[in-house]
Design a binder for this molecule. Structure first.
Ligand code: GLN
Length: 502
């Protein structure tokens, strides 16, 4: 082995080494499993399948030895957020209510990544039913930020972010309803993209807020995100909201020069919209500074900065925290002790069984959302809350379309702050309202259904990572990935690793 350890390899590099016969899938998988075990205190995983992973790895090596034509991800270990159902591994959505549940089928995204030859090493920690932004709502255990283990990694895809930033695996799946790929990616210094709503199938992704939920990849580089997204995307007849949209070649798109670009100015002609509402008060000084430096870097690469406005940015918080709980209250009604997972041991009648099962099975944040959701949908309040929120959602989407008249991508911070310390009492004492407010910059793109990305952009307060958010118009993931790739060719923020985790 060269100076580079196996865990330093990106997905793309692993693929090249496998193709060149410099490593094997079994070596990569053994190495990943050993590193996962060595860093189990980070809490990234809810379930590790060492035995199954090694069987898959041996099969990948056999395919290669037989001379089969293999895709770029074949034989590479990855892991899935425990929101995706898996046939061979338990799926809990980090909830007690699904403890011990094993699905009879694989989520489409999981099936597609398996078909691409990836090796599944396990299931990743997250907030219960993906509700949260700190991974403190996992019913099982905390996930810790590898940059400072007394701090949150972000959420809800916190385990995915920890696994990738600690280089336990080079790539992972995540889901993003209101920021759950972008925010943990930003707080741990990795790259993640939430595609356009409808790009990836939601079949087998445990539903939180169906009109917002999207799957997406988390990895260290834009190139690796492109490789994963390529495999994850595409129409699925089993998801009625999956789009009949052609999937472009994201990987070769990274290197396809823009019209008019030069070697020094690969982003020449790209208009980057800078919404003034994303740079106001409430953003930490270090985050603001790193974000501005990143914008200057885009300019150096040839992009032009354009002032734009997203006037309803603040309203995205109440709008999201009405719509998402409303949908959650409906989606989570299926967890009643009859068909899935946990059932209360002692009860008097059916209603009592429902009540006790749900009281025992759901954590406090999930209960809070079910109650808010039931309230805003109830007769008498529906028009005042839910209907009003839907109207504003449309206006938020329209604001983006006005902005995109003047620019090709929109750029700003992902999160107003760097990773905060884990709350008292093992994370249980976090302030829910403060959590909701910190979603301000990721919610607008989610409500509009637009693709959004987080790209490592330096360090802010306490030397902790900062992410640059790039938002594109519908189906423009290719533009985001291309822009991020150009940025990563000129910067090395995405290559920085926590000092304690060499
Ligand atoms: N933090 C947001 C919430 O708590 C977003 C979560 C997500 O995207 N799954 O709902």
């Amino acid at each position: 082995m060269s100076a580079q350890s196996l865990h330093d390899l990106t997905l793309a590099q692993s693929g090249q080494q496998l193709a060149a016969g410099q490593t094997t899938s079994v070596d990569l998988t053994r190495h990943a499993l050993a590193r996962i075990a060595a860093h189990s205190a980070l809490g990234a995983f809810l379930h590790v399948d060492a035995e199954g992973a090694l069987v898959q790895a041996a099969a990948a090596d056999a395919r290669r030895a037989a001379g089969q034509a293999l895709g770029p991800l074949d034989g590479i270990p990855i892991a899935h957020k425990d929101i995706f159902v898996t046939r061979d591994l338990p799926t809990t959505a980090a909830s007690k209510i699904l403890q011990g549940y094993v699905s009879p089928f694989d989520a489409t995204v999981v099936a597609k990544l398996k078909a691409a030859g990836t090796v599944t090493v396990g299931k990743l920690n997250c907030d219960e039913f993906a509700m949260g932004g700190a991974n403190e709502n996992s019913a099982y255990h905390l996930a810790r930020n590898p940059w400072a283990t007394d701090r949150i990694p972000g959420g809800s895809s916190g385990g995915s972010a920890v696994a990738v930033s600690a280089r336990l695996v080079a790539g992972a799946t995540g889901t993003d309803t209101g920021g759950s790929i972008r925010q943990p990616a930003a707080l741990t210094g990795i790259t993640g993209i939430k595609p356009t709503y409808g790009r990836c199938s939601r079949y087998g992704m445990i539903a939180f807020a169906s009109s917002l939920d999207q799957a997406g990849p988390m990895a260290r580089t834009a190139e690796d995100c492109a490789l994963l997204l390529q495999a994850m995307s595409g129409f699925d007849e089993r998801d009625a909201t999956s789009a009949q949209q052609a999937v472009p070649d994201f990987v070769s798109g990274l290197r396809t020069p823009r019209a008019g670009a030069t070697a020094e100015q690969p982003l020449k002609g790209l208009r980057v919209g800078v919404p003034k509402e994303f740079f106001g008060e409430g953003v930490a000084a270090g985050v603001l500074e790193a974000t501005k430096q990143a914008l200057a870097q885009l300019q150096k690469l040839g992009a032009t900065l354009v002032d734009v406005s997203l006037p309803r940015t603040e309203l995205s918080i109440p709008v999201y925290y009405i719509i998402a709980p409303a949908e959650a209250s409906s989606n989570l009604s299926r967890f009643d002790g009859v068909k899935f997972g946990h059932r209360a041991k002692q009860y008097t009648d059916l209603a009592d069984m429902y009540r006790k099962t749900r009281a025992e099975g759901f954590g406090p944040e999930v209960k809070r959302r079910i109650m808010i959701g039931a309230y805003v949908l109830s007769h008498g309040y529906y028009d005042a809350y839910y209907l009003q929120a839907q109207k504003l959602r449309r206006m938020i989407a329209d604001d983006f379309q006005s902005a995109f008249q003047h620019c090709d991508v929109i750029a700003g911070p992902v999160s107003p702050n760097v990773a905060r310390p884990i709350a008292a009492d093992g994370g249980r004492q976090a302030d829910p309202l403060a959590e909701y407010l910190a979603d301000i910059f990721t919610l607008p793109a989610s409500l509009a259904g637009l693709p959004g990305m987080s790209v490592p952009a330096g360090f802010g307060e306490h030397g902790l990572p900062v992410g640059l958010q790039l938002i594109g118009n519908y189906w423009q993931e290719g533009t985001l990935l291309h822009t991020a790739h150009a940025f990563q060719q000129a910067t090395d923020w995405h290559q920085r690793v926590p000092a304690s985790l060499a």
